[in-house]
Design a protein around this ligand. Sequence first.
Ligand code: KIV
Ligand code: ZN
Length: 514
Amino acid sequence: MSNDRIIFFDTTLRDGEQSPGASMTRDEKVRIARALERMRVDVIEAGFPAASPGDFESVKAVSEVVTDSTICGLSRANSADIARAGEALKGAARSRIHTFIATSPIHMEMKLKMSPDEVVEQAVAAVREARRYTDDVEFSAEDAGRSDADFLCRIFEAVIDAGATTVNVPDTVGYTLPVQFAGLISHLKNNIPNIDKAVISVHCHNDLGLAVANSLAAVDAGARQVECTINGLGERAGNASLEEIVMALRTRNDYYGLETGLDTTQIVPTSRLVSTISGFPVQPNKAIVGANAFAHEAGIHQDGILKARETYEIMRAEDVGWSKNSLVLGKHSGRNAFRARMEELGISFDSEKALNDAFARFKDLADKKHQIFDDDLQAIATETDLESRNEPYKLVSMDVKSGSGETPQARVTLWVRGEEVTRTASGSGVVDAAFSAVKLISDTTARLKLYSVNAITSGTDAQGEVTTRLEKDGRIVNGQGADTDIVVASVKSYVNALNRLERGAPTHPQQSGV
Ligand code: KIV
Ligand code: ZN
């Protein structure tokens, strides 16, 4: 690969999933993986196969459907994890095993209780073991940002000798500063004798809001792989955001002179999909993908834009896919047109029944809102997928009453493990009343941590997309629901969160040492 080409390694499905409440099902991961493949992401980290049977199945499913991107599975530096990753990746056209161990003094002493020599030995053994499954092996020095630079040189030299083809430098806790991180990358480049046999990669967290700045500084110093996520999703304050890095490299190509293989017009649709599935709304002023990223409010700016767009715009909205959400289908569109557009969006159906269910939803929605956009179709796919699962709770019907001077009331009927249960409750508004009715039915002790409503498309007939975050016994989940009626969307999202709480909690790689 040319030294002027930046490899994009997307970890939305692994590190992104470590955001509180963002855990995704296998089918949701497959949909996101397909969108990343359409964007021509080089490497997709699909999960951590040893974490749970669900994570294993997701990596396996992604490996079986994605052909154009390399599929990567994370593993700690031990043979059991590596074997599990190797097994999950068997069906991939191109596979990578990503193994890691911590290298900072605090992690080695306090977490691993291992000496630096033992850490090097274990890293080398892990890389050798991983090479039995694939020629493409990445080694990460967890907490490299707070590790000793010479120790990093020593361990990277040893793992490259053992067969690592990528050495990753994670700023795990988001501690480094751009100038310092660039210095670290230069040090590694200049002091590891066999560095020409591996790609230097970086993986930055955003605790100080510097993840993108650190990644770009590292690229300037010679890193040629960046690890990032869509919308900057990830542990705590998140990871470096893919869309910001690629657009910085592209918009400032005069400075960087580097290439990427990405199709940037897929950015906005992919961002929308990740937001819907993860339940993490995108803030309006978020660079590139926020609703206001290309909106000009000040009269003086609008005037300038009309005279010459470049006066205030450094990028074209259509280059990142803002115009992609075009009207695609309407009330009179048939089943074949519906299926074809869904397939173009990477959504396939396991059975005729699933297709028929989704099509019935589409017809129902087209009756209510006439114009159906790609984002509506994504919401239909999410709803159909949720509906098809054998979940404990399901919304059957609801009605609400409110008016000036009246106490809002809601009557909700849920299907609860095979039987219908109805309850009525009042509240400070109809959503509050409806949530109280659901609480009475489910008898849940979960606490509501977040409630947010977004319009999926524009217009007052748009579907509302609601995220409800619940917390129970330290576990956090996000539920989603979409409907043209936002009270119905709210109840659907609450019910979805309750169902997610009932599913097992995934384990995350960095919670359990080696
Ligand atoms: O932040 C981190 O250190 C990680 C590693 C597993 C690469 O996510
Ligand atoms: Zn990370």
